[in-house]
Design a protein around this ligand. Structure first.
Ligand SMILES: *Cc1c(COP(=O)(O)O)cnc(C)c1O
Length: 494
């Protein structure tokens, strides 16, 4: 299987080159040349497998250079009982007859980023060995909250890796900040940046492209790489859980083998829903993909009108991990829809220069055949959380609530009640304050005390990794100005 840049198919890469490199040299995203079809009996074969075995089965289709033995070792290490608090790893909870919630937050950081970031370190270190890279990889991450902690946990104490995370000083929740500054491990570093997420992200991108800094690091035996969702090694493990959820539903006789389902995903950078699209291309019987957004509804407009326009107001919402106006992974979908890297390159150039592009009618029609877009604001998000808890006794976080709202809107508008799988992306305890407000609390306790308040209100225990933060020591207190991020890199690599 060969990998190409979304903007140029002249140069082809192996899987390990794609994963080691992270991003193509021309700025495009490294993407499989074609999406392999699952063998005819695959869904039958996988029905009675454990999650780890399903992961090997699916990932192997894309990773010829990796043996089944290698992938089995990675899957057992990444998704073991010491990491995930559910033996199913990604359990499916049926909410009502034809609505099923895929819980993706049973890992060490209580958000869906763990599903890929527990696997990526194994794929990346093996890829470095296969490509004979001798330097130590220094992974730089700018985070608005969930990716940073997920990457720190994934790469903690992994040999020949260093990981440095930059978060906006006043831009993350108290729980998220505590999760990061108490991080354990000998190869990790965390720094706050004075500024917002965009400042941190811009700073990291500058470090990547600064030749002098690269040379300085190379002399010390390091090179930079990325752990965000532009890396193919993060998208691939996400395909697995959609296939796994479908197998669970067939095994448990909630749907018939071969029956079509719809999938609804709360979306930011477009990585998670893209993985669902690829699962469909592999042959999973998916009818509609419902893309759920918050008030930053750039994707809703794109799906409805074929115009992507980031020139709009940015809102800080109750679902902060979806507060994003440039959805990087959409570029991979554009390649799939156009089959034409030159056309994708044209759209991306326009996005860069004007913040806007319009796809052709043909592409818009193809897009609308598979995708539907809906959004909701914070008021509606909280209404959904309250309704779900009162009606079903099911506590969901703000991001998941946006998805349930989108599904509700879709069903009301179309009357289509095909069985639906809703991706649940975070534990409600990660966003205590908003969830408590949704449940009608007015005085919200400070910091970790809000975990107890949510437990008192709902009778549900906080996940162990969040409750355990109380006993952790703060290890990282560094704050840098955005111009001085290179100093933080230097001091953290000492
Ligand atoms: C990252 C994240 C999302 C958005 O996922 P994308 O793959 O970026 O679309 C949604 N919800 C939560 C809780 C997240 O952490």
């Amino acid at each position: 299987m060969r990998y190409i840049s979304t903007r140029d198919n002249a140069i082809q890469y192996t899987a390990s080159q794609a994963i080691a490199q992270g991003l193509a040299k021309d700025g495009g995203l490294l993407t499989p040349f074609y999406i392999p079809k699952l063998p005819g009996k695959a869904l039958d074969d996988m029905r009675d497998m454990a999650y780890q075995q399903r992961a090997v089965y699916v990932m192997k289709q894309f990773l010829e250079e990796f043996s089944v033995k290698e992938l089995t070792d990675y899957a057992n290490a990444a998704y073991g009982p010491d990491r995930f608090d559910s033996p199913a790893v990604a359990p499916v909870r049926t909410v009502d007859g034809n609505t099923h919630c895929l819980e993706l937050w049973h890992g060490p950081t209580c958000a869906f980023k763990d599903m890929a970031l527990q696997m990526l370190p194994h794929l990346l270190t093996a890829s470095l060995a296969k490509t004979e890279e001798e330097k130590t990889v220094c992974i730089l991450v700018a985070t608005s909250g969930d990716t940073g902690k997920g990457a720190l946990e994934g790469f903690k104490n992994v040999p020949r890796t260093r990981i440095l995370v930059f978060y906006p000083k006043d831009g993350v929740s108290q729980v998220q900040q505590l999760q990061m500054v108490t991080q354990e491990g000998t190869n990790v570093g965390v720094s706050a940046v004075v500024g917002n997420f965009d400042d941190a992200q811009t700073g990291v991108k500058k470090l990547f492209s600064d030749e002098a800094v690269r040379r300085e690091l190379a002399a010390k035996g390091y090179f930079f790489s990325s752990a965000n969702s532009i890396n193919w090694g993060r998208v691939l493990p996400q395909i697995v859980y959609y296939i796994s959820a479908y197998c669970d539903l067939v095994r448990d006789e909630k749907i018939a083998a071969g029956q079509a389902v719809n999938i609804c995903v709360p979306t930011g950078n477009f990585g998670n829903i893209l993985a669902a699209y690829y699962a469909g291309e592999m042959g999973l019987p998916i009818d509609q993909l419902i893309c759920a957004s918050n008030s930053n509804n750039v994707l809703t407009d794109f799906i409805r009108e074929g115009v992507y326009d980031r020139n709009r107001t940015f809102y800080n919402t109750a679902s902060p991990s979806m507060d994003i106006l440039i959805s990087s992974n959409l570029e991979r979908l554009l390649l799939a829809l156009t089959q034409d890297p030159a056309e994708v390159k044209g759209y991306m150039t326009r996005l860069n220069e004007t913040g806007r592009y319009q796809v052709s009618d043909k592409i818009r029609t193809r897009l609308q055949k598979r995708f539907k877009g809906y959004f909701c604001d914070d008021h509606e998000t909280k209404r959904v959380i309250r309704g779900m808890f009162e009606k079903n006794g099911y506590l969901i976080d703000t991001h998941t609530a946006v998805a349930f709202s989108a599904l509700e809107q879709y069903r009301r508008e179309t009357g289509d009640d095909t069985p639906a799988i809703v991706a649940s992306t975070a534990s409600p305890f990660k966003f205590c304050a908003s969830v408590l407000e949704a449940l009608g609390e007015t005085a919200i306790a400070d910091g970790l005390d809000a975990l107890d308040q949510l437990t008192a209100k709902t009778g549900q225990p906080a996940p162990a990794p969040l409750a355990g933060l109380r006993d952790k020591k703060v290890r990282f207190t560094q704050v840098v100005e955005k111009e001085n991020m290179v100093d933080a890199v230097r001091s953290l690599l000492e």
